[in-house]
Ligand binder design. Structure first.
Ligand code: ATP
Length: 269
């Protein structure tokens, strides 16, 4: 098992953003966390990459308990995150941005990895000496992914790579993610673009107000009527949820008073 999270709890002050989640990622997989705004997806990723400390539970990577290991050491162990909102350095060139991702590597390693990234992202190669801030949204996302890959992670963590991008660009990014996965990098993805993310993934977990309410093969979740109406309704052609739809009735950021809606019966078999 590459990543194993058991009974994770994360608090912001008194607010429990993650209320005891357990999940696994096996080597070679693409696994997605889907869920509405405020469900806890970003917090989960940040806790895995070491940007936030959990208030309970354990995180194991290659079987080793890394719950107390600092974020920069996790990068050395093979965990690398491309953050939400891209977080590239606008005043640095594309090449300099990429090199920042390989601070833990030797110079020779860095330069051959840079060549790999420029081959993987031809659009970045064309703009190699251009400042990051002048790139389009899609190119900035590619740069953020490329920078995370410079550290040669075993597990790549991605927070909403499709955010704010046109459908054609999203398709391009997702196809690059498939390529990255096929060349041996395991991916844990956070996405609100659930239909496309499930189409790319092996497995997925559905998060709601800090809890996992459904999980399983991505194809099974895509086919499950309860999951479709609750989480994918608006995106599935021909199934526009109307009044009386069984979709989640929580407003983003609001805490549900009762348990999760229907789809809890989808489980790994
Ligand atoms: P989004 O798609 O909007 O990023 P998310 O599923 O990633 O949503 P999180 O950002 O992880 O959700 O937020 C989970 C919960 O924690 C929410 O209720 C949110 O309001 C709360 N939260 C997140 N960051 C903070 C913070 N810095 N301080 C206090 N509460 C926070």
């Amino acid at each position: 098992m590459l990543l194993e999270i058991a009974d994770l709890h994360v608090h912001y002050g008194k607010i429990e953003a993650i209320a005891g989640i357990s999940l696994t990622v096996e080597a070679g997989e693409i696994v997605t966390l889907i869920g509405a705004n405020g469900a806890g997806k970003t917090t989960t990723l940040k806790t895995i990459s070491g940007l936030r400390r959990p208030s309970g539970g354990t995180i194991r990577f290659f079987g080793r308990d890394i719950t107390g290991v600092a974020g920069h050491q996790r990068v050395r162990l093979g965990l690398s995150q491309a953050p939400e909102g891209r977080g590239i350095f606008p005043g640095m060139t594309v090449q300099e941005n990429l090199e920042m991702g390989a601070y833990a590597r030797s110079r020779r390693n860095k330069s051959s990895r840079l060549d790999d990234m420029l081959a993987l992202f031809p659009q970045l190669a064309q703009r190699r000496y251009q400042q990051g801030g002048t790139l389009s949204g899609g190119e900035q996302q590619m740069l953020a992914i490329g920078r995370a890959l410079m550290a040669e992670p075993k597990l790549l963590l991605l927070d909403e790579p499709s955010m704010g991008l046109a459908p054609l660009i999203v398709a391009q990014i997702f196809s690059i993610l498939r390529e990255i996965n096929e060349s041996g990098t395991t991916i844990l993805l956070v996405e609100q673009n659930a239909v496309q993310a499930l189409g790319l993934s092996d497995r997925a977990y559905v998060l709601e107000t800090g809890r996992i309410v459904a999980s399983g093969r991505a194809s099974a979740l895509l086919d499950d009527p309860a999951v479709r109406s609750a989480y994918l309704g608006a995106e599935v052609p021909g199934s526009v949820p109307g009044p009386g739809s069984t979709g989640p009735d929580t407003v983003p950021g609001e805490v549900a008073e009762e348990g999760p809606p229907a789809p809890a019966d989808v489980r790994d078999s």
